[in-house]
Design a protein around this ligand. Structure first.
Ligand SMILES: [Zn+2]
Length: 498
């Protein structure tokens, strides 16, 4: 089985988002293996229209009507984009619910009808024999204010829950990335930890909830699935089996097993449990926590993995571009050639223009996220690309673009970087000492940063333990991986019955 990367929940101009469906699919293909694009479809208990809520009620009603009017066309475009083994699409749409929380409804089938109901469960019921799931998202909001509803949670229709998106992280009360959108705070009663505490069984996923047609936008949430192959059926099977996990952005590769059964499994093991964890991150690992019944059971301190400085081997080097004041985007053209080394892998960290909800001053624009973000050429010696960065929205919120190069070589291996007219040559030896930045103009301009080189021992981890102690009727084990750059992975639980 292999890991595949996707986004199951995001929006564009097919309902009350921005940007065209075609550009959204193009953006998804550039960084992901699969996608579902989930136009807003309904809100059965929407607040009454008042003077204050005029804008809110209005954009929802118009958005729902727009999706309904074009549903046939949307479905056809999504169906045509599905090419087994190349890029996989799923049909889907979103149903809001103040009482039960918002869900995106995703289907295996192309003849998936648009349906409304008194709750997400009611919609699934009305869809009858269709193979569909309802994924609760931004669950951390206050109960009754579109947060998760653990009283009515049904794992049969919701095998997975979205734990991270542009809204923030809903894992627990003290998880990173609390909620700061105008929908309100993260409420401890709605968190994932609370759902597990109540005995619910489900897998973790991330997705962006992007509202301007840029599924997979870096840093906004993505999911990994462990599947037999890159087809709709195989990815669907993996989702049903909860072989999923959430990542914030960096494609942290992870495998977590108990007695050989992968994450998401439910197994029987009265006595010894053999835990295996294999992590291949994208930056220095800061901490890995294996949780048993929501309490840290094993804590791996990344600093202890990164003491010696290897002279040769594999290294990850991140090249980050952005800063400046270009609100409408700044285009980069770059090339890196490698001397005396091998370029094994290039991971892109591209972002679309960041939009989470409509605002009165935004106009519909199909080209909004028609961005030049792509790898143009890649070999074992060279990579060239084009990408777009934006002015950082606040000084604590990045809107940069980046590439992560995995290079094999030694301290003498040299990178020649050419980026928008600036040239630099740096050895891995220099980059092991620290990174270096360059500005394009004398003051307040775009700039780029070549981050320090991270040796393989600092971004990979393998662990094996035996747990002899059954604690409860069902013990729940899950893993959190945190990198120094504040990128996370939350690996779905394994449920072990005594
Ligand atoms: Zn949404």
């Amino acid at each position: 089985m292999k890991l595949y990367w996707g986004d199951l929940h995001n929006h564009c101009g097919i309902s009350y988002g921005y940007g065209s469906l075609e550009n959204a699919l193009k953006a998804a293909k550039s960084q992901l293996d699969f996608v579902s694009i989930t136009g807003h479809a309904s809100w059965h208990d929407m607040p009454e229209r008042t003077e204050e809520l005029e804008f809110l009620v209005d954009f929802h009603e118009k958005g729902f009507a727009k999706l309904a009017d074009h549903w046939e066309q949307v479905r056809n475009t999504v169906a045509e984009a599905n090419v087994p083994h190349e890029f996989v699409t799923f049909q889907g749409y979103e149903a809001h619910s103040s009482e039960y929380g918002d869900h995106h409804i995703v289907s295996l089938h192309d003849d998936f009808p648009l349906m409304e109901g008194d709750s997400p469960a009611h919609i699934i019921e009305k869809l009858g024999s269709k193979e569909v799931i309802a994924v609760p998202h931004h669950v951390g909001y206050t109960p009754g204010y579109r947060g998760g509803n653990w009283e009515s949670f049904n794992p049969e229709i919701s095998p997975i829950i979205e734990v991270y998106s542009k809204h923030g992280c809903g894992m627990s009360e003290d998880a990173p990335y609390p909620y700061y959108h105008d929908m309100g705070p993260r409420d401890p009663r709605s968190t994932i930890f609370e759902a597990i505490r109540r005995g619910h069984r489900f897998g973790f996923v991330g997705s962006t909830d992007h509202h301007a047609g840029y599924p997979g936008s870096y840093g906004d949430g993505r999911l990994a699935v462990l599947a037999e192959e890159k087809t709709r059926e195989a990815i669907w099977e993996a989702i049903r089996a909860r072989r999923t996990y959430a990542i914030t952005g960096d494609k942290i590769q992870a495998d977590f097993r108990i007695n050989g059964a992968p994450f998401g499994s439910e197994i029987q093991a009265a006595d010894a449990r053999k835990l295996e964890l294999d992590v291949r991150g994208c930056d220095t690992i800061d901490r890995i926590t294996v949780y048993k019944n929501l309490k840290p059971w094993k804590i791996i301190n990344g600093d202890e993995m990164n003491v010696s400085k290897p002279q040769s081997g594999k290294f990850k080097i991140r090249l980050e571009m952005g800063w400046g004041n270009a609100k409408d985007g700044y285009i980069w053209n770059g090339q890196v050639s490698l001397e005396n080394g091998v370029l094994h892998d290039v991971e892109t960290c591209f972002r679309g223009r960041s939009v989470l909800a409509p605002s009165p001053d935004m106009k519909e624009d199909p080209t909004l996220n028609e961005l030049a973000n792509e790898i143009l050429e890649q070999s074992e010696q060279q990579v060239s690309w084009t990408c777009t960065s934006f002015k950082n929205p606040t000084t604590l919120h990045a809107h940069t673009a980046a590439l992560i190069l995995e290079v094999e070589g030694d301290v003498s291996s040299k990178l020649h970087i050419v980026l928008n007219g600036k040239e630099m040559s740096l050895t891995i030896g220099q980059l092991l000492e620290g990174g270096i930045s360059t500005h394009l103009q004398p003051h307040n301009s775009e700039a780029f940063l070549v981050h320090r080189a991270v040796p393989e021992q600092a971004y990979t981890y393998q662990g094996e333990w035996t747990d002899e102690q059954a604690e409860n009727e069902t013990d729940v084990y899950h893993v959190e991986i945190r990198q120094k750059n504040h990128q996370f992975a939350w690996i779905s639980p394994i449920f072990v019955n005594a």
